[in-house]
Design a protein around this ligand. Structure first.
Ligand SMILES: Cc1cc2nc3c(=O)[nH]c(=O)nc-3n(C[C@H](O)[C@H](O)[C@H](O)COP(=O)(O)OP(=O)(O)OC[C@H]3O[C@@H](n4cnc5c(N)ncnc54)[C@H](O)[C@@H]3O)c2cc1C
Length: 466
């Protein structure tokens, strides 16, 4: 690799990192700090997209609170020495110690490794309900967030001219399934978006809009204490959200969401914000997995039986040594700490030392419930309302990589408070498609299948749900 590696010539060893999410990025950033030129080690990171997605801000992209490109960072600008390769990981041969990557343009190359880090995350799970998968939107990738925003605005545009009252009511009903942290955030943001946007549609009143949150458990955000669950419920209801507890979505079609044992809800919009399932590549790979398909690792983040292979983040089942018998939660804060720890372990191992166990106790959990509202636990201290919202924003602004993006998000948030949200649809049509002057967004719930510009979510299909 030469100059950029800092040592010149051929490397003595190669570290290959699969996945450019929280786990992979923070491992690579940690290795840039830990490894010295005399370690003569080349670090390569492979990711399906050439950007790092900051998922905690994704619901705000969907609700137009921040600009589309401000929740992502170009991976190449995040590193000084790490080599970045864009492509989809399609093969792993632990005997030859190579990984096969399919690059844009469909060329495939093998990449050799001495140390391999698997950080490929998880995909959306649907508990085996194919109709729900087909007829729902989700918020997992940047494309998902852009599509959800466009979809919600399209519903308002269509309702504005719809004369049939039944169809109009369907168009103005938005159902979110899943009342945990991500679900309440998505619901709060979607509620803000459609209610604020509706002010620009003289034919649509606030009373015409229904935003419904469906949760299977008997309280919202079971990860938090009961008082905070009650607070979340009250706040969302005060903001006009209808909350259905002990209600389980068990099917969906283009025009309704079915709830077990209850009347179906007529709607064109189901946002699926619950359920995770293993990454399909990981699932089919020779990596050892537990019965649900998560990669098994020991407390040092080593994959048993495969020397030199490590795994972390959402794709792995990381033992929680501070609570024996339990496992680390799948969350960005865990993946970041695991990444830092793994970088130290790899550097130590390469120098002949012994890796150490990953020990981490969560700092707490927080969620926003739309503008000026939040809820969470910081250590043992419960916080709610404006204070929680302000802490959430400050913390994630600080956590967002690169000053440039921090400044851009700060400007977005300020502009949003002053001017409100932008309600223009971001069109993805191209003008030079043969036989059609304008290739419009099809209006399908899954334009990804037909429209490459939205197809940014590798690892989002196939495999069994957990
Ligand atoms: C909407 C939303 C909000 C969230 N909010 C929070 C929050 O506020 N706080 C918090 O702690 N956690 C939050 N999370 C959870 C957090 O995003 C995950 O726990 C975290 O991203 C896990 O990191 P990871 O590196 O394991 O996986 P990911 O971040 O998912 O990264 C995996 C990467 O691997 C790539 N990839 C997958 N398959 C392939 C392949 N075959 N080839 C090449 N590349 C591939 C993907 O494109 C992706 O870039 C949120 C998640 C979502 C969806």
């Amino acid at each position: 690799m030469g100059e950029r590696d800092g040592f010149g010539g051929k490397p003595d060893r190669r570290v290959l990192i699969l996945g450019g999410g929280f786990g992979g990025i923070y491992t690579a950033l940690g290795l840039e700090k830990q490894l010295k030129p005399e370690d003569r080690t080349e670090v390569t990171l492979v990711n399906a997209e050439n950007f790092f997605l900051f998922t905690p801000l994704l619901a705000e992209v969907a609700s137009s609170s921040i600009d589309t490109s401000h929740a992502i960072n170009p991976i190449r600008r995040m590193f000084k020495r790490t080599r970045f390769v864009e492509g989809e990981v399609v093969g792993l041969d632990p005997d030859k110690r190579t990984v096969t990557v399919r690059h844009p343009g469909d060329t495939e190359y093998d990449y050799p490794y001495d140390q391999l880090v698997v950080a490929l995350g998880a995909r959306q799970g649907y508990f085996g309900m194919k109709d729900v998968q087909e007829h729902s939107l989700t918020v997992k990738t940047l494309g998902d967030a852009i599509h959800l925003r466009n979809w919600a605005i399209q519903m308002l545009e269509t309702a504005d001219v719809e004369r049939d009252s039944v169809r109009r009511a369907e168009l103005l009903t938005f159902v979110v399934a899943g009342g945990n942290l991500t679900g309440v955030e998505v619901c709060g943001e979607l509620n803000d978006l459609v209610r604020q946007a509706a002010e620009s549609y003289p034919t649509i009143s606030q009373r015409d809009i229904r935003v419904i949150l469906v949760e299977a458990a008997n309280r919202l955000v079971p990860a938090l204490d009961e008082n905070l669950s009650r607070f979340t419920l009250q706040r969302l209801r005060a903001l006009g959200v209808e909350v259905m507890l002990t209600s389980r979505v068990d099917g969906a079609s283009e025009r309704e969401v079915r709830i077990k044992g209850q009347e179906p809800i007529p709607t064109r919009t189901l946002v699926w914000a619950t359920g995770v399932a293993p990454n399909p590549f990981v699932q089919d790979s020779p990596l050892p997995k537990d019965e649900k398909g998560w990669v098994t690792v020991d407390a040092h983040l080593r994959v048993p039986g495969l020397p030199g292979v490590w795994a972390l983040g959402d794709c792995a089942r990381v033992p929680d040594v501070l609570s024996p018998g339990k496992f680390q939660t799948s969350a960005a804060q865990q993946a970041i700490r695991e990444g830092h720890h793994l970088a130290r372990n790899i550097a130590t191992y390469l120098r002949g030392g012994a890796p150490t166990e990953f020990r981490y106790r969560s700092l707490g959990q927080m969620a926003t419930l739309g503008r000026f509202n939040g809820v969470g636990l910081i250590g043992p201290v419960p916080v709610s309302g404006f204070v929680a919202w302000a802490i959430w924003r400050t913390y994630y602004l600080y956590r967002l990589p690169r000053l440039e993006k921090q400044l851009r998000v700060m400007v977005d948030w300020t502009a949003d408070l002053v001017f409100g949200r932008d309600i223009s649809q971001i069109q993805t049509y191209v003008s030079n498609v043969a036989g059609d002057e304008h290739q419009h967004d099809s209006g399908a719930r899954h334009p990804q299948s037909s429209q490459p510009p939205d197809a940014v979510g590798a690892g989002s299909s196939g495999g069994a749900d957990s």
